[in-house]
Ligand binder design. Structure first.
Ligand code: HPA
Ligand code: MG
Length: 178
């Protein structure tokens, strides 16, 4: 692994593939242990979480379902402010154990707007698993129940995370060289 260029920027290796996979196996083991018998529904938030979601899901040793959604943010009226809606959520969450899968929680804004909509459906439990979080960037505190890595507030790339559309396919995570 060495410095790579994507579009106009340079990125250096930050979290290696083996370290990622080890941490994900630990998260899947914890989820499998904590949610045994619950037949949880995992909801992966696209686009960024697709790799994390696939790796978490294939390491589970319990019965579980998965669904993939996109969050769309648009400008509401003056009184509603910004509005977040989801595309693709067909499942009924009532009484279910639900685990949201995110690649990264940074400001927490989108999730803080979206979670109440899920709560409204009265799941038995609503848990959050995120590969990454940037505590320095968090403006809308979100409680992350299963966390991969806490990282500084610098731009990351790879393993699902993109820079203007590119880099999602990288099997490890890179950090912007400033
Ligand atoms: N990289 C790519 N996408 C992101 C990031 C990041 O660091 N934070 C939020 N979305
Ligand atoms: Mg992006």
């Amino acid at each position: 692994m060495s410095v790579i260029q994507v579009h106009d920027k340079k990125f250096q290796p930050y979290i290696g593939e083996q370290q990622l996979q080890e941490r994900i196996r630990e998260i899947s083991a914890a989820l499998s242990n904590d949610l045994k018998g619950k037949k949880p529904l995992f909801i992966a938030i696209l686009n960024g979480s697709f790799m994390f979601a696939a790796d978490v899901f294939k390491n589970l040793t319990i019965e579980a379902e998965i669904s993939f959604i996109k969050l769309v943010s648009y400008k509401g009226t003056k009184s509603t402010g910004n509005v977040v809606t989801s595309i693709g959520l067909d499942e009924d969450l009532y009484g279910r154990t639900v685990v949201i899968l995110e690649d990264i929680v940074d400001t927490g804004k989108t999730l803080s707007q979206f979670l109440p909509q899920l709560e409204h459906q009265q799941p038995e439990k609503l848990l959050i698993a995120s590969l990454l979080t940037k505590p320095e960037a968090m403006k809308y505190p979100i409680k992350i129940d299963y966390l991969g890595f806490s990282v500084p507030n610098k731009f990351l790339l790879g393993y699902g995370l993109d820079y203007d559309g590119l880099g999602r396919n990288l099997p490890e995570i890179y950090q912007l060289v400033e």
